[in-house]
Write a protein that binds this ligand. Structure first.
Ligand code: NAD
Length: 450
């Protein structure tokens, strides 16, 4: 089939090249000409493992290109997938990009003879597809949903850092359908994948995505709440608490003599908080939406509150070792909100850096993939970027590990001692063994241990 994907971000581009891999022809629509040119030169505008390879393959086989011409792209397609950003502004979802796109899609469909399917892939709150997207497209196209065009809501579950694997081998496809014809036609895209396809109403599909993100965010904040409790008690290390919990056969059953470690176990682990482009904004949007409906979402509100404080615990740990941070050289290891991505949106590194700067510390940062500070709240001239790991550690009085990159996991006590004088390590991801660190004379602090 011929597909038009609107949005050249993490979801748009990854969806585009995966659909090519499933045998379809894709046009990806963006609005930034520089970015479009880069994509057409086979250069992904962000880091995602394997994306450069699949993008190059898709373009050289002439199955994929990027453009800013939405009207023409829709004209040449059977299906249009909307994958633009849905940020939150003052805690509420900002639907401007979705509304603008619905209007432009509607205009492009005016006078279009063929039946066309419009699919919302962006994360939107329940009723958005039905009450916002559909009426706008109807108004601007002059057509009727279910007759001239079909409409679906297809939430995306890919995880940055693993996005291609997730998109190429999805665990399920959820298709919220306006009517059976829309759902059936859209499902043809995924017919050979062999994974379950769940057909629902539009709003149910929208809610499934929010419930998934709120669920994983809840597991993280639950893990962090228990970690904070452990920090109040002498002799308990959260790492050992999780070992004990994870062995529960209800969580990790043994099948045919092999213990199964389900994916959600990764979220039952403590650290300096979740970040990224989804959990923070989607939990906030869900709270605001719920409150508008008159329901106070107590649990999700607590999840957000716990997460907001979590990065600052890193500075509290640091201050157990260095009481006054003024003029101290502190290195933050990691800016990306998680490993294998260069996405720094809502990264826990930022609140940590803000406090360090406020207290007068000299801050150096090091990240294998992030080379610019993409954060308005911090003046990039106030921090230094390390050239490499040696530079990051040299002369630092303390390091704070924010992102569990493999490059940081490999650092041994000997390496810390080689470059730092009397090293202090604050482990925000619990990637080092506390005992081995201490045996080698490192002053070790970790989330979830006193
Ligand atoms: P992104 O910020 O990386 O990309 C958004 C894209 O939308 C950009 O290419 C931007 O140029 C484009 N865009 C925004 N407004 C536009 C407009 N008015 N006209 C044309 N293009 C416009 O965002 P993303 O991470 O790809 O997320 C997209 C959607 O998918 C969001 O709703 C997000 O919540 C959801 N989602 C994201 C992930 C993820 O891991 N990133 C996973 C699942 C779902």
């Amino acid at each position: 089939m011929n597909i038009c994907v609107i949005g050249t971000g993490y979801v748009g581009l990854v969806t585009g090249v995966s659909l090519v891999n499933f045998g379809h022809k894709v046009i990806c629509v963006g609005r930034d000409e520089d970015k479009i040119e880069r994509i057409n030169r086979c250069e992904p505008p962000f880091y995602e493992p394997g994306l450069d390879h699949l993008l190059t393959k898709s373009i050289t086989r002439k199955q994929f290109f990027a453009t800013s011409n939405l009207r023409e792209s829709i004209k040449q397609s059977d299906i249009t997938i909307i994958a633009v950003g849905t940020p939150t502004i003052k805690g509420e979802i900002d639907l401007i990009p979705i509304k603008e796109m619905s209007q432009q899609v509607g205009q492009a469909l005016r006078g279009h003879k063929q039946y066309h399917i419009v699919v919302v892939k962006s994360t939107v709150l329940p009723k958005t597809t039905e009450n916002v997207v559909k009426p706008i497209i109807e108004e601007y196209s002059g057509g009727k949903a279910g007759i001239q065009f079909g409409i679906c809501m297809n939430p995306e579950f890919l995880r940055e850092g693993n996005a291609l694997e997730d998109a190429l081998h999805p665990d399920r496809i959820v298709i919220g359908q306006y009517d059976i014809k829309s759902g059936k036609t859209y499902a043809k895209l995924y017919k050979d994948l062999g994974c379950p396809i769940l057909f629902t109403g539009l709003s149910t599909a929208e809610m499934i995505k929010y419930s998934a993100n709120a669920f994983f965010a809840t597991l993280i904040s639950y893990s962090n709440e228990i970690a904070r409790l452990c920090e109040e008690i002498d002799g308990i290390d959260i790492v050992n608490v999780w070992k004990g919990l994870h062995l529960d056969a209800r969580l990790t059953p043994t099948i045919n003599g092999r213990r199964i470690i389900p994916g959600f176990i990764n979220y039952l682990f403590s650290g300096c908080g979740y970040g990224g482009s989804c959990f923070p904004k989607d939990t906030k949007a869900l709270v605001a939406y719920s409150q508008k409906l008159g329901y106070e979402p107590l649990l999700i509100k607590s999840v957000i509150k716990i997460n907001k404080k979590q990065p600052l615990l890193m500075v509290l740990h640091l201050k157990r070792r260095i009481r006054v941070l003024k003029n101290k050289n502190i290195t933050v290891l990691g800016l990306a909100f998680k490993p294998e991505t260069d996405d720094t949106r809502e990264s826990p590194a930022f609140p940590i850096i803000r406090v360090l700067l406020k207290e007068g510390a000299n801050v150096k940062v090091c990240d294998p993939r992030v080379k610019n500070l993409n954060e308005k709240s911090i003046n990039s001239n106030t921090i230094k970027f390390a050239k490499n790991i040696e530079d990051a550690l040299s002369g630092a009085q303390a390091v704070l590990v924010v992102t569990a990159w493999d490059e940081f996991k490999k650092l041994t006590p000997k390496i810390f001692k080689k470059y730092m004088n009397n090293p202090i390590v604050v482990d925000g991801r619990r990637i080092y063994n506390k005992e081995s660190m201490e045996q080698e004379g490192i002053q070790y602090e970790g989330i979830g241990v006193r």
